[in-house]
Design a protein around this ligand. Structure first.
Ligand code: FAD
Ligand code: 2HG
Ligand code: ZN
Length: 463
């Protein structure tokens, strides 16, 4: 091991390798502090050639690598195990913005560029990078790609996958594959970049990417509405889509409990009457008339009883304040209590049934738990987080996922599997699907050095 460390130091220089426990602390544990790890070292390469050099050395010594971006992942995918034998490869020094092209509508950046910086760069040329999530001030382009992140704009713009035009990756054998093409259309051969999107650093390291930009709407309207129950929220989604079409970029469901948590922990006041459920909507357009159309949709919802109360933001500041009520939920939950997180998706029409069935199951098997439910209603993706005291997290997790599976849903809509959901994934997916996944893993990473134990269990992976 000392041999490997000294060769890493030779390859990266002193700034590139951390070995002191205090220097490595922040890289060793995940955002939720659920998975404390113990890295052998943290390496911080400055460019793609250095990433390739690190991977080649790790391959030579049979040492496992854990890629890490902003370390905001919620599934424990970016941290090492407790063995003291895995190396964290942080992309934080590779944060260059290489180009922003408002005509071709592309942005090229290194993997460590923070998402917010990429959004701002697109905005500076009048374009939109629509990937948006509460962790955007720390999450990186590489992390967002490796998790195929969702966020609040999926309804209109799709998941991250839909916005990746080109990738550069370092494979587990240390070779560099450069597919940084700025093309909208490219059917020349296998679209291999898909293999690295959403696979959480288990098949290779994303070192740079070309992302697709979009026209930036010149008007946006943000609305917060209270609704009696999730069925009403769903009916409102249909009405709003009929009235506003694809101008709706976000349609978020928020429980009254989630709003109370944010009010309590951040001192933010919800501007409309207290309710069991709320919907936060954002619409954007460039042609005129959006505001009037939103007002009409809201009026109709209030008149028909779909909504009880609502407010349309009158300024950018008010819109940002409404969004804070949504964006601060995760941090409020972390301040409040231990929780079992569920990042589930179900077919959109079944959302009310899912919520009812899950609540009934919890009331029966885990009384005393509190449900903090919010999420991306327009995508069928709910964060059904269960606040616990001395309850059994595994039992709760399993029970909620049973309900999800009965509805034909998925146990991870956007956060991924990491280490948090490996056992659940392996017990829910069919053997042929798991076998195919293991074949892909073995083909690319026969020595199992790339983020082992994440997504797939170590047992099922190549040894
Ligand atoms: P990390 O946490 O560092 O890594 C995540 C995974 O990607 C790990 O498996 C890691 O090994 C791998 N990885 C990282 N960089 C690379 C790379 N360059 N090459 C290969 N593999 C790599 N997620 C959503 O989808 N939607 C949300 O709305 C959302 N909201 C959030 C809100 C909060 C407050 C927080 C804390 C998190 C939220 N997340 C959300 C989760 C998280 O922000 C995303 O998963 C994000 O994409 C992770 O980016 P990161 O750079 O922090 O990646
Ligand atoms: C969100 O939508 C994130 O805000 C975080 O995906 C969800 O805290 C969570 O469970
Ligand atoms: Zn989410």
């Amino acid at each position: 091991m000392t041999d490997l460390l000294s060769r890493l130091k030779q390859a990266l220089g002193p700034k590139g390798v951390l070995t002191d426990a205090s220097d490595m602390e922040a890289y060793a544990i995940d955002w939720r502090k659920l998975f404390p790890g113990k890295p052998l070292a943290v390496v911080r390469p400055a460019n793609t050639q250095e990433v390739a050099a690190v991977v080649s050395l790790c391959k030579h010594y049979g040492t496992a690598l854990v890629p890490q971006g902003g370390n905001t992942g919620l599934a424990g995918g970016a941290v090492p195990d407790g063995s003291g034998r895995e190396i964290v490869l942080s992309l934080s020094r590779m944060n260059a913005l290489r180009s922003v092209d408002p005509i071709g509508m592309t942005l090229e950046a290194e993997a460590g560029l923070v998402l917010k910086a990429a959004q701002d760069a697109a905005e500076a040329v009048g374009r939109l990078l629509p990937i948006s999530l509460a962790a955007e001030g720390s999450a990186t382009i590489g992390g967002v790609i490796a998790t195929n992140a969702g966020g609040v704009n999926v309804l209109r713009y799709g998941m991250t996958r839909a916005l990746v035009l080109g990738l550069e990756v370092v494979l587990p054998d240390g070779s560099i594959v450069n597919g940084l093409r700025h093309l909208r259309k490219d059917n020349a051969g296998y679209d291999w970049k898909q293999v690295f999107i959403g696979t959480e650093g288990t098949l290779g390291i994303v070192t740079a990417a070309v992302l697709r930009l979009l026209p930036r709407p010149t008007q946006t309207v943000t609305v917060l509405v209270s609704v009696a129950d999730p069925q009403k929220a769903l009916d409102f989604l249909v009405c709003a889509q009929n009235e506003l079409g694809d101008s709706i970029s976000a349609f978020e469901l928020i429980s009254g409990y989630s709003i109370k948590l944010v009010e309590q922990h951040f001192g933010i006041k919800c501007p409309i009457e207290a309710s069991a459920w709320y919907v936060l909507i954002e619409a954007g357009a460039t042609l005129s008339g959006l505001r009037e159309a939103v007002e009409k949709a809201l009026e109709q919802a209030l008149e028909s009883g779909l909504a009880h109360d609502g407010v349309i933001a009158e300024s950018g500041k008010q819109a940002a304040d409404l969004w804070l009520l949504r964006e601060r939920i995760t941090e409020s939950e972390a301040k409040q209590s231990k929780s079992v997180k569920h990042d589930v998706s179900v077919p959109i029409p079944t959302i009310p049934d899912f919520l009812q069935a899950a609540e009934e199951a919890l009331a029966k098997a885990a009384p005393g738990t509190i449900i903090n439910c919010f999420g991306h209603l327009g995508d069928g993706n709910l964060h059904y987080n269960v606040l616990i005291k001395d309850h059994d997290p595994v039992l709760i997790n399993h029970m909620v996922h049973d309900v999800v599976m009965a509805m034909g849903g998925s146990i991870s809509a956007e956060h991924g599997i990491g280490q948090y959901r490996v056992a659940e994934l392996e017990s829910r997916r069919s053997e042929p699907e798991l076998h195919l996944s293991r074949q892909i893993k073995t083909a690319l990473d026969p020595l199992n050095i790339m983020n082992p134990g994440k997504v797939l269990s170590r047992q099922g992976s190549p040894s």
